[in-house]
Unconditional design. Structure first.
Length: 253
């Protein structure tokens, strides 16, 4: 049965940045599909923990600062101690800084690039080593952006980081496919999250964005849960190095 290929029972998924928004929706979606979830966050994912507990899902809370890479070995170690394996990694944690390119600071550049691209790469590297040692392959899902395809305005480091993330998704896929490791990405469109509060509050900018989206609405975090479960499942075993846009038709316009 085709539906069996979407069943993730017994799998262990690490999801970074799952305290709210897209990360929370993907973590819950993976849990609903059968995964044990390891949530990696800088602050307590209080609402996510509550929702996981209410539904009876297994959730391991790990606190880490992903502005640097020093916590990565501890994340892997704690996951293996708790669950004995890793099957899926979702690199969702990300930050954004807004400023005109002419005035953009080096710190804002480095902070965004560190979390969105550098840490995502080294998390992937560490998990891929674990996949290889386990000998069963695995799935890595990077959360890219519309700005992996476009330039954006007043977000130069975010654009650079998400463009880099799409590129390294392809590069890692090329090298690790021989180990049965699938590396893909999801590029959410304009979503109702904390990062877009300012845009949605700007009446003119909000109207301009909606005018271009054929679906005529902002995306909801739940809209990325299905594609995440798909890419994490056996149904996506022959998809590698690809970035799926979940954008209501934004790029098609």
């Amino acid at each position: 049965m085709i539906l069996n290929t979407f069943n993730l029972s017994g799998k262990v998924a690490i999801v970074t940045g799952c305290n709210t928004g897209l990360g929370q929706a993907m973590a819950i979606g993976l849990a609903e599909a059968g995964c044990k979830i390891v949530g990696v966050n800088r602050s307590a994912p209080t609402e996510t923990i509550k929702r996981m507990e209410e539904s009876g899902y297994s959730f391991l809370d790990i606190r880490a600062d992903l502005l640097n890479q020093t916590d990565i070995p501890t994340i892997i170690e704690k996951t293996i101690i708790a669950y004995g394996q890793i099957d899926i990694l979702v690199n969702n944690a990300g930050i954004i800084r807004r400023e005109d390119a002419i005035d953009f600071s080096e710190k804002d550049w480095d902070d965004v690039m560190n979390v969105n691209a550098k840490t995502a790469f080294f998390m992937s590297q560490a998990v891929a080593k674990q996949f290889i040692s386990q000998g069963n392959g695995g799935k890595i899902i990077n959360i890219a952006s519309m700005l992996s395809f476009q330039g954006g305005i007043r977000v130069p480091s975010y654009t650079a980081s998400k463009s880099a993330l799409m590129g390294i998704t392809r590069a890692m896929a090329n090298e690790w496919a021989k180990y049965d490791i699938n590396v893909n990405a999801i590029a959410p469109g304009y979503m109702e999250t904390n990062n877009t509060e300012a845009l949605r509050a700007d009446v003119d900018r909000n109207a301009a964005i909606l005018e271009r989206i054929p679906a005529n609405r902002w995306g909801k975090p739940e809209d990325v849960a299905g594609p995440c479960v798909f890419l994490a499942s056996d149904a996506a075993n022959y998809i590698n190095g690809y970035t799926i846009a979940v954008d209501g038709g934004w790029l098609a316009r």
